[in-house]
Design a binder for this molecule. Structure first.
Ligand code: PLP
Length: 390
């Protein structure tokens, strides 16, 4: 027996471990200080009442032989897939019900989709990047190349015709930078991908935070995307399903055999998301559910606005905040990412995420999230403002 040697090529994920370690050390040396965490990308508000009600109803169905459900369809229940189709329609995008695959979350699908692609494909990711795209490909032994996302290009790199890639990852609104592509910018990526026969793996996990009409809620709002793009989306940030687990992936029939092979892959390795969870996800699209989840998203957006306004007052440059739950800021006074982390922790007792953990272009930047409580966000900002007001 031999282990997969490719695991040796993956860097240990030091980022969150190191954040936790430094925070713990500080807390034990300073037990009287209250630490506020604006670092992690997890939500804090509970599931919407409409979701809870639907899930309770589904549990009752499972308790009765007449309504009990065993294995469900690999691709998800059609009642949920139809609701997802209508959701796309609500922002002017048409996708087929048979192009939608429900899963236990976007992270699983982002990793699993790689089963359908050959090993010798070259992968292009932006830097800084959500680490899952890089690590899943390194595990499979693929070559990964980087597109620089920098202050100069607003953290939105555009295609370079000289670069040849087969699999291109785009995350918009982006984690960690909060930057989001306009439809016109995405059109350039779609044309580039179609031109060289590449596939775009489009991560739309944060689309529900988009409010500007010029920005794309879906890659399919761009002509030509159906022949080159697979889209991943999630109920995690949209409806607080980080612990409940549900997501969906759109694999267009116009993209060669992708739809057929993905179905074959799922039928072999996946037995569907749980019925109870899918009923909860379906309730997200009810009138009540939409009203409730929009109120929750609005709450996080208000946090994002408060953070952005604080950065504006301090004249600290940042991206994100408006169409994203992330605020990606330039560390003040020339500090690098970890120096700023220590400075915030020691002087304001606020924890964020050092940008350098997301790639070399993240050095000198820092990520704050809008997923905290209101009072703690306000208190954190007060402390930051006191520290950096000139
Ligand atoms: N994609 C991005 C860009 C994310 O930031 C995250 C989670 O933080 C995910 C996907 C994972 O989503 P899920 O909870 O559906 O697995």
């Amino acid at each position: 027996m031999k282990f997969n040697e490719n695991f040796k090529n993956i860097a240990e994920n030091y980022l969150f471990a190191e954040v936790a370690d430094r925070t713990k050390k500080y807390a034990s040396a300073n037990p009287d200080k209250k630490i506020i965490k604006l670092g992690i990308g997890d939500v804090t508000l509970p599931l919407a009442p409409a979701v809870i009600k639907a899930m309770h109803g589904a549990v009752d169905e499972m308790a009765d032989a007449k309504t009990f459900k065993g294995y469900g369809p690999y691709e998800g229940y059609s009642c949920l897939r139809e609701k997802i189709q209508s959701y796309y329609r609500s922002f002017g995008v048409e996708v087929g019900v048979d192009e939608i695959f429900v899963s236990d979350g976007a992270k699983s699908d982002l990793g699993n989709i790689l089963d359908i692609f050959a090993k010798d494909n070259t992968v292009l990711v932006t830097d800084p990047v959500y680490p899952v795209y890089v690590d899943t490909n390194l595990m499979a032994g693929r070559k990964v190349i980087l597109a620089d996302a920098t202050e100069e290009n607003g953290f939105l790199p555009m295609p370079d015709k000289k670069v040849k890639a087969d699999i291109i990852y785009i995350c918009s609104p982006n984690n960690p930078t909060g930057a989001a592509y306009t439809k016109a910018q995405l059109k350039e990526w779609v044309d580039y991908a179609n031109g060289i026969g590449a596939v775009i793996l489009y991560d739309a996990a944060y689309e529900c935070f988009i409010e500007d009409n010029s920005l794309a809620r879906s890659v399919y709002s761009v002509d030509g995307a159906k022949s080159c793009a697979i889209e991943f989306c999630s109920f995690s940030k949209m409806a607080g399903f980080t612990g409940t687990r549900c997501g969906y992936t759109v694999v267009p029939k116009a993209l060669g055999d992708a739809n057929k092979i993905w179905y074959r892959r799922q039928a072999t390795k996946f037995n569907g998301a749980s019925y109870v969870v899918q009923k909860g996800a379906e309730a997200v699209f009810s009138q009540e559910g939409q009203r409730q989840i929009k109120a929750n998203i609005g709450f996080y957006k208000e946090n994002a606005k408060l953070i952005s306004e604080c950065m504006d007052r301090l004249k600290i440059k940042y991206t994100g905040g408006k169409n994203s739950p992330y605020i990606w800021l330039k560390c003040p006074d020339g500090m690098n990412s970890w120096q700023f982390f220590d400075c915030l922790l020691e002087n304001a007792q606020v924890v964020g995420t050092p940008g350098s953990g997301f790639g070399r272009n993240g050095e000198g930047f820092f990520r704050l999230t809008a997923f905290g409580g209101r009072e703690e966000t306000e208190e954190a900002l007060e402390r930051i403002e006191k520290l950096f007001a000139k």
